[in-house]
Design a binder for this molecule. Structure first.
Ligand SMILES: [Zn+2]
Ligand SMILES: [Zn+2]
Length: 394
């Protein structure tokens, strides 16, 4: 796993360009006897292992493969050999862990047989970092679960600052949805000295900036997380000119799918009514990004129980606080019950800047910690066994 991880790390590839990474994955899987499907969402790879004479349960495991447009600054011997690209989110490690699991499962299948009947589907997806849909959504559009039906799905992400060997879980909403909106207020420009001849779009834009916070404060249950931030406001070019248009761009996050709908509905209503109040119009371009990531209670319980049995209570956090980051595995978990969990990445990194603490993801000094691969792969192999053992119980 360490060898594959460092090989992938040296040759990072951005979303939908993971050609050499997916080739490495496909070649290994084929060598171990998996049925291989390539070119799903351009560079996605699916490996399938079937056993037994009954249909049995069908379990999916997912890893992401893409890197980021960051110039690596670790100076490590296995640092990126590609200028301006780097595995700064540890997807090199996620891919290597799933390959390790694949190799172990194939060997067990060959040497001792697997319990009952079943199908193990390994999903190596491209372009998690791209946003705006990402590789997971594209794989779904290309019929991923019609071609490879799954009854359950598990996936992981490394987490800096959590000790190596520790696993973190949470049932229900675990990561936030991430939406954006562009509001364009359209009025009628004119001379700044003759406002009566114009319809000034800066007024509804300014009023909307203030009114938006009333949505978080007045329309959403205070115990639920919701964030609306205006990241850009732009109007005009000169002090004595009333502009034709004024623009706002927002980012909108929440951990509840119903709150997500409320936020969109209220943002649209407020923007339109403010525009109307000031005799302007408002064009709204509302873009839904990654959905709320929701872990299935039963699958999370299975994962927590398995982790406790393998590593002991001290190494398992069963109700981790939710994160405001987002993750496109949420699309998969909308369709298949499952559990996305975190694996401790320890305190490594920030070699060049002492005492900065554990190196955060997407930092040029970050490196995936190879020491966490043993715990992660051991856990996944055990989880697979436990999942399929359920199906052979009377
Ligand atoms: Zn990332
Ligand atoms: Zn990531």
């Amino acid at each position: 796993m360490k060898g594959w991880r460092r090989q992938i790390h040296q040759h990072p590839e951005l979303g939908f360009e993971e050609f050499s990474t997916s080739q490495l994955v496909a070649e290994r899987l084929q060598e171990w006897g998996y049925e291989i499907h390539t070119g799903i969402a351009v560079t996605g790879v699916v490996g399938v292992l079937r056993w037994g004479d009954q249909p049995g349960l069908r379990l999916g495991l997912r890893a992401d493969m893409d890197a980021l447009p960051i110039q690596e600054a670790t100076g490590l011997p296995w640092a990126s050999q590609v200028a301006g690209k780097m595995h700064a989110c540890g997807h090199d490690g996620h891919t290597a862990i799933l390959l390790g699991v694949a190799e172990t499962m194939a060997r067990r299948h060959r040497e001792q047989g697997l319990p009952g009947s079943g199908t193990l589907t390994l999903i190596f997806q491209p372009a998690e970092e791209l946003g705006g849909g990402g590789g997971a959504q594209r794989m779904l559009e290309e019929g991923l679960f019609q071609r490879f039906p799954c009854d359950a799905l598990f996936a992981l992400h490394n987490f800096p600052g959590v000790p190596v060997g520790k696993l973190c879980f949470r049932e229900g909403a675990f990561m936030a949805s991430s939406d954006t909106a562009k509001l364009t207020f359209v009025g009628k420009g004119g001379h700044g000295a003759l406002p009566q001849l114009s319809r000034d779009p800066t007024l509804p834009a300014a009023a909307t900036v203030l009114a938006l916070q009333s949505i978080v404060g007045r329309n959403v249950d205070p115990s639920l997380v919701s964030v609306i931030s205006v990241g850009r406001m732009q109007a005009g070019t000169s002090a004595n000119v009333i502009p034709n248009t004024a623009e706002l761009e927002l980012t909108i996050r929440t951990l509840d799918p119903e709150v997500r709908n409320t936020l969109e509905r209220r943002i649209r209503t407020l923007a339109q009514s403010q525009a109307e109040a000031f005799d302007c119009q408002c064009d709204i371009d509302y873009q839904r990004g990654y959905p709320v990531l929701i872990n299935d209670p039963a699958m999370t319980q299975l994962a927590v129980d398995t982790a406790r049995a393998v590593f002991g209570d001290d190494h398992v956090e069963a109700s981790t606080a939710p994160l405001t980051g987002s993750e496109d595995c949420a699309y998969f978990l909308e369709q298949v019950p499952g559990c996305y969990f975190l694996v401790g990445n320890g305190d490594n990194g920030h070699e060049a800047g002492a005492r900065l603490g554990p190196c955060s993801l997407h930092n040029p000094h970050y490196d995936f910690n190879d020491d966490c691969m043993e715990a992660a792969s051991t856990f996944l192999v055990k989880l697979i066994s436990r999942y399929f053992e359920q199906s052979v119980q009377p």
